[in-house]
Structures are given as structure tokens and as C-alpha cells.
Design a binder for this molecule. Sequence first.
Ligand code: DAH
Length: 333
Amino acid sequence: MTTELSDIETKLASLRQAATDAIASVDSLEGLEELRVSYLGKKGQISKILGGMGKLDPADRPRLGAAANEVKVALQSQLDSKREALQQAQIQAQLEAETLDVTMPGVYHRLGRLHPLNSTFDQVIDIFVGLGYTVAVGPEMETDYYNFEALNTPPDHPARDMQDTFYLPDGNLLRTHTSSVQIRYMEDNEPPVRIVAPGRCYRRDTVDATHAAVFHQMELLAVDEGLTFTDLKGTIAEFIHQIFGDVKIRFRASYFPFTEPSAEVDVEWKGRWLEVLGCGMVDPNVLKAVGYDPEVYTGFAAGFGIERFAMVLHQIDDIRRFYSSDLRFLQQF
Ligand code: DAH
């Protein structure tokens, strides 16, 4: 063995000892990484020692190579287990720092609730879904055609006066009722039809306890072969009994351009007759407008004022309360 070799081996041994001590005492992952670079890195101390190999007798080189490799492997494994230990300690420290006291009182969040108009809609829709109807919708901005003309209400028709309309500068209008959805739905679908169409409507009404410029309706439409007024009556009676319980109902002859015959339905409520909806057999002209053959199909329709139902269900005396956003009012529901 040459002196150079034993020199280098001594250096290697003391380097191993120094590295082992340093790894044992380092207390951060950054520090550990620095040690790794310093000992095992490309330009690290072991590489430097091996750099001196050139001076060695070629016969001694394999022996030094093996010794250096053993040191590398040993240090790498020390580094690995130290890294693992430091990471565990870090997680542990974090867990301890973030301890939750589950016995502390929580932060109270007030629960929101459904607006009474929305819960009334839900109730009404649920009943009709139970009777086999599906929900349809249409736009709030309408054309004269869908809101009036196709509903058998031509421009000079006196019934237009019943519904003071908001016209828009472009000639469109804000729908005065959800009946427009009847036309849109029938244009896109073939009979049989069973739909309810909930939505917002607009009228230039003077606002008072029972009238609002913006209000809500739900339209009902059924078209099929052989539907009669009896089907209409049965459907409406079933609905009224589901929503109001065992009350007296009265069908009163009325007039709407899009139904013939037409009726209004009153419910006996607290000793008085209360009007809750309009309805009738779909006028043949309406069926013709959407390309249905009135010789084959008949239909019935109805329009429900949702505010009216909500007022009765919740004993609310003034329609304006629905739109006031007064929490004292809303929190009762
Ligand atoms: N569209 C009517 C209104 O707003 C309500 C109505 C009456 C709708 C009779 C109907 C119906 O579908 O058949 O006053």
C-alpha cells in the first residue's frame, strides 16, 4: 500500500466521522440539504478526495473507489433517515400548533329561509308534478304575438285594456301573464301536453294592498284528445283541496279571450268567497295558432296568482310586504 493511499483513506475516514456528527446534530431540512451538497454534491468533499486518485498507483484505485463508495452509501442513508425524522418533527410541530379546542363555542350563522312567494311556488308546483305535470318556462320580455295575438287577442281586442302593458322602446313588451308560455311550449311540442309555467309578470297597475306592478303567476296547460271541462274541474278541485284542505269551491262563469268557456274559481275562506284563479277550455283559435288540430285535440288552461295563494296560506294582508325586504316580516316564514 502506498502512503498516498493510506493518506487518502485516513482523510476519508475523518470526513465520514465529521459528516456523521454533522448530520446527527443538524436540526433543519435546509441545513441537512446544505450538508448533502457539501459532502455528496458534485463539487463536494468526497468528489474532491476522489479527485486526488490520479496520483495513485493504478493498482490502488479500485480499493479507494470501493472505500469512497461505501462512505457515500453510508452518508446517503444517514441523510435519508435524518430527512425523514426532520419531516416527521415538522408535521408534529404543525399539528401541535394547530390544535383545535372542539369545546369552544362556535360562530353562529343565521340560516336563510325561502321567501314566502318561493315556498308557495314550490308547494303549488309540487302538487302538479304529483299529478303528472312538468315545468316549462318562457321569457319575461315578450313579443305582442306571444302575449296577445296568438292567445286570440288581436290588437283592437277590448281585453287588452284589462291588462295595462309595459311596452318597451323596441316594440317588445313585458309579459302581462304567463299565458304566453302556453304558445311557446305548444309551438315546440306535440300533444299530449301537461305543463305548469311559473314566472314573473308585469302590469302598469296602480300599486295598492292587492295590486303590484311586478307579480307572479303560474300557468297550467293540458292538451290531449278528449279533454273536457270535467277534467278541468277535477284537476282544479284536486289542487285546491291539496293546498287549502277541505274548503268549498265555486266555479263562476267568466271571460278570457284564450278560453271558451271560461271560469273564475272562488274558494270559501274565513266566511267569504275569495277568487284564486282563472281558467277555461283552450279556445280553438289558440290551438290553431300553434298548428294543433282543434277537431282532434282539446285542452284546458288556468292562471294562478301566486301572491294571492301566498297571502291566503300565510294570512298576509298587504301584497307590498312581499317586496319590502323587511327582515322582521321575512323571518316569520
Ligand atoms: N292570463 C290570465 C290573467 O292573467 C289568467 C288566466 C285565465 C290564464 C284563464 C289561463 C286561463 O290560462 O285559462 O288574468
